[in-house]
Design a protein around this ligand. Structure first.
Ligand code: SF4
Length: 403
């Protein structure tokens, strides 16, 4: 099952919207780092301190691709047509194969592709008359604050005038239990951000000393529903920010004890390294089973590809040619086989022509050999042919070029 609830807001990258260069003044911190540490400090360590890469997850790829489509949608007025969006989505989708995206089967990838097209269609239908390019799309900034360099990437920011902004965050999962902490982080950083002030001045000519977050929105793209939040008050923000700074302190003090839970361990790739799971045979079985399943799917994929290539070659080979020596190192042999719908009819023909004993047992191979036998009367062969379907298969083997 996919879990789009875990969509990482910071994972989206747009090639068309370059991000400001990282400053190096403080400890780089983001909401996704904060929430990962809260989920499990050891998971945080494996990912951000040890730099161990996690396996690709389909829900991240899906979320990233939909974010790119929405960025493209809002990039111009009037917006792109549904066909243009679908085309854009398809191109983004095809940049990676199903395994690179993290799917275990191509069928699951196809399901998500169709889901994406449907989602885009509904989104386009609802917003097709949009006549305003948002103030900021995929807004990325780094703010030095309280000894850390905090980063946010906001999907969309609308400017409401008089220094007021609304922050919109797209969610590609289903609406569920959603904390407001992410939005608190955004509010805190946006209100301390000088870059946004210069962007407002550039675009609207307003010279401001500060901005105020007027509201924040989670936009659930699949259901097209918005969950709106008003501005968080100072007490809420201060309480939250204390927690952020305490978390940073814990990281600096290298406090990385694991905090296992069904939710966090369920999708954790670090189980083989985690002391809680390392020696647990169930966890090893789970890891090996997943690898096994991947292998089975890869074999199926290769088998399908092999069949495709085989039928392509068969189409290209002239009916008369049985063995082809190519200029490359392969020798191709085309083998004719017969498929019989009614075995009794064939036995009848063989018996009538005193050939039943000759084949010993009327297997497909025995009949195929009989049909190749130059001693057998052509009329009999014709009778058998009329009751049979002829198939071809290939054998392709290395040829000895020295001969
Ligand atoms: S398996 Fe669970 S406890 Fe271990 S690192 Fe992952 S989330 Fe933490």
């Amino acid at each position: 099952m996919n879990n789009y609830e875990n969509q990482d807001l910071f994972s989206y990258k747009s090639e068309d919207n370059p991000k400001p260069a990282k400053k190096n003044k403080g400890f780089h911190f983001s909401y996704s780092k904060f929430s990962l540490y809260k989920e499990c400090p050891l998971k945080y360590k494996f990912k951000y301190i040890d730099g161990i890469k996690e396996k690709p997850k389909p829900f991240f790829f899906f979320g990233r691709t939909i974010h790119s489509v929405l960025e493209y949608f809002f990039s111009r007025v009037p917006p792109p047509s549904f066909e243009e969006l679908a085309d854009f989505f398809k191109k983004e989708w095809e940049k990676e194969n199903f395994e690179q995206k993290g799917y275990i089967k191509p069928e699951y990838e196809k399901l998500d592709f169709n889901k994406g097209i449907n989602l885009i269609k509904n989104f386009h239908y609802k917003h097709q008359n949009n006549d305003k390019i948002p103030f900021q799309l995929e807004y990325s900034t780094y703010v030095d604050i309280d000894g850390i360099t905090a980063q946010i990437i906001a999907d969309k920011i609308e400017y409401e005038g008089n220094g007021n902004i609304t922050i919109v965050d797209y969610k590609t999962g289903k609406p569920g239990e959603r904390t407001t902490e992410q939005l608190f982080f955004y509010q805190k950083i946006c209100e301390a951000d000088n870059l946004i002030l210069s962007k407002i001045e550039d675009k609207y000519g307003e010279k401001l000393n500060s901005v105020k977050v007027k509201g924040m929105v989670y936009y659930y793209v699949e259901s097209l529903k918005e969950i709106k939040f008003g501005r968080a008050n100072d007490t809420e923000i201060n309480y939250f920010w204390e927690d952020v700074l305490k978390t940073v302190e814990n990281i600096r003090s290298e406090k990385f004890d694991p905090t296992p839970s069904e939710r966090s361990c369920g999708y954790c790739d670090f189980k083989p390294l985690c002391p809680i799971y390392k020696n647990n045979s169930n966890s090893k079985i789970e890891t090996l089973s997943n690898d096994y399943l991947k292998l089975i799917n890869a074999i199926k994929e290769l088998e399908n590809k092999k069949n495709e290539i085989e039928s392509e070659i068969l189409k290209l080979i002239n009916d008369q040619i049985e063995i082809i020596k190519t200029n490359s190192a392969v020798k191709i042999k085309k083998i004719k086989t017969y498929e019989f719908k009614n075995r009794d009819e064939i036995i009848q023909i063989l018996k009538e022509n005193n050939l039943y004993e000759k084949v010993l047992r009327p297997t497909i191979q025995a009949i195929t050999e009989l049909m190749e036998d130059e001693q057998i009367n052509e009329e009999i062969k014709q009778k058998i042919k009329e009751k049979a379907k002829i198939n071809y298969k290939l054998t392709i083997e290395e040829q000895d070029k020295s001969k």
